[in-house]
Design a protein around this ligand. Structure first.
Ligand SMILES: [Zn+2]
Length: 204
């Protein structure tokens, strides 16, 4: 890339440096993206710019740690029609979105954040679980109907699932695990709606 670097305007190089750090982009695609964007209509570029800027205004829901615009709670937690006594513990935002797309889940969530490859959870993730515990104890009568562990069937997912089962044993009438039907090592995020819907229905 060295020769190339010296002949392109600084603005483009900066764009490439920043965007090539994004997952699945890399320098080659970031470069193509830069030139594609430069070729866009000025208005389209402006819209892209503002949608990127708007991401800065998002923050985490105080209850489930999903993202929200204004207020204290996300749209899911703020919806009075949803069942607070069934809580699915998920890893990533995209897992939550996949479960929502099945249209078969009407409970609440706890978003844990990406699991470390090995060993125990990060302290921020432990805090999220503690937060859920105290919510069950203080706001939900000490025991909820069900906790659904919707973590991927990977080593880290299994390890965390065991830990959650132990920690929440007395706080839920049943603790189920989603993932039967999702191939071992497969990801919730990429499962189609039907497969995921079945995995949800057959949780045990
Ligand atoms: Zn929420």
């Amino acid at each position: 890339m060295e020769i190339f670097v010296t002949m392109i305007p600084e603005q483009i190089q900066k764009f490439i440096d920043n965007f090539s750090r994004l997952p699945s982009l890399g320098p080659r695609l970031a470069t193509r993206l830069a030139f594609y964007l430069i070729g866009l209509d000025k208005n389209d570029l402006k819209n892209l710019e503002s949608s990127l800027g708007d991401l800065r205004h998002l923050s985490r829901c105080k209850q489930c740690f999903f993202l929200k615009g204004g207020g204290n709670l996300c749209a899911i937690c703020a919806n009075p029609k949803r069942d607070k006594t069934v809580i699915a513990i998920v890893e990533k935002e995209t897992d939550l979105i996949s479960l929502e797309k099945t249209g078969q889940f009407q409970g609440h969530y706890l978003l844990l954040g990406e699991l470390p490859g090995r060993g125990s959870l990060e302290s921020s993730q432990k805090l999220r679980l503690e937060h859920l515990k105290s919510r069950i104890q203080k706001e939900l009568g000490g025991k909820i109907k069900e906790i659904i562990i919707a973590l991927n069937p990977t080593g880290a997912g299994d390890f965390t699932a065991q830990m959650i089962k132990k920690e929440f044993e007395s706080l839920a009438e049943k603790i189920t695990r989603l993932g039967r039907g999702i191939p071992t090592g497969g990801e919730i995020e990429f499962a189609d709606e039907e497969t995921l819907g079945q995995a949800l229905a057959r949780r045990n």
